[in-house]
Design a protein around this ligand. Structure first.
Ligand code: SF4
Length: 253
């Protein structure tokens, strides 16, 4: 069995060890596995190299005349056997693994076997999955995951709400104690939209964080300030993007 992974700048599978820069595990050492492919098409996506192929029609904010922010699937994605992924992760030991993307749940059928392979030599290895929350987790996956970081995409992402905000999928994550929610926001209105979703699905405020959108520290700082009153009013947490401050907007960090 194999999975389709993104590639790093050297063309190798994007598996790396770093400090988690955002969400509930911020600051913790983690080994990351970045899967290729996404069912959404956020106009500000910072990992568009996992889905925005040349042959697709999707717009991106980094498009410029004559130079769309597009990528060659052949050069950006590769199939890797589960045993090889497990060996690469074992060579980068840390207290937990983050399976991210793209949208990892697009390859959900293979994820339980991947997690089992990762835990062969480390049965207590912590497994976290970052997802856009539009695909409900199968039970055999939910049973194996310590933390889902669910990031429903709001209107400013440019996605159709009917595709990005699936009530059944959100309800499934809301019912999972192992799921926390991380909303990307640009304005206080986005925080209000996140609060509406939390209210609709009875998600306690302690399970919600708001993360400013951006790939530049100055933009992130100014947006965090802009969002702070609304975050306080709703009783949410503010998530930084620590990896941007530490390493910049690069792959494999
Ligand atoms: S859901 Fe995530 S990976 Fe997919 S397009 Fe949006 S930001 Fe990018």
């Amino acid at each position: 069995m194999d999975l389709i992974l993104a590639r790093d700048d050297r063309g190798a599978p994007e598996i790396f060890r770093s400090i988690q820069g955002e969400g509930p595990s911020v600051g913790r050492p983690r080994t990351f596995i970045r899967l290729s492919g996404c069912n959404l098409h956020c106009v500000w996506c910072d990992t568009a190299y996992t889905w925005n192929w040349w042959e697709t029609p999707f717009a991106h904010e980094r498009d410029t005349p004559g130079a769309p922010h597009k990528f060659d699937r052949v050069h950006e994605a590769l199939r890797v056997e589960l045993a090889d992924i497990a060996a690469m992760v074992a060579a980068l030991p840390s207290e937990g693994v983050v399976i991210t993307g793209g949208e990892p749940l697009m390859q959900r059928a293979a994820l339980p076997a991947l997690i089992d392979a990762l835990r062969v030599d480390q049965p207590a290895l912590r497994i976290e999955i970052e997802t856009n929350g539009s695909i409900a987790p199968p039970q055999d996956l939910a049973d194996r995951v310590d933390l889902f970081v669910v990031s429903p995409k709001l209107a400013h992402s440019g996605n159709d709400a009917a595709v990005a905000l699936k009530p059944d999928a959100l309800a499934a994550y809301a019912a999972l104690p192992a799921a926390m929610f991380k909303f990307v926001a640009r304005t206080p209105a986005d925080v209000a939209a996140a609060a509406d979703i939390a209210r609709q699905h009875a998600i306690a405020r302690g399970r919600v964080c708001i993360m400013p959108e951006g790939t530049d520290s100055a933009v992130l700082d100014s947006r965090a300030l802009l969002l702070s009153d609304a975050i306080i009013a709703h009783g949410f947490a503010l998530s930084p993007r620590l990896h941007i401050a530490l390493f910049g907007a690069a792959r494999g960090v």
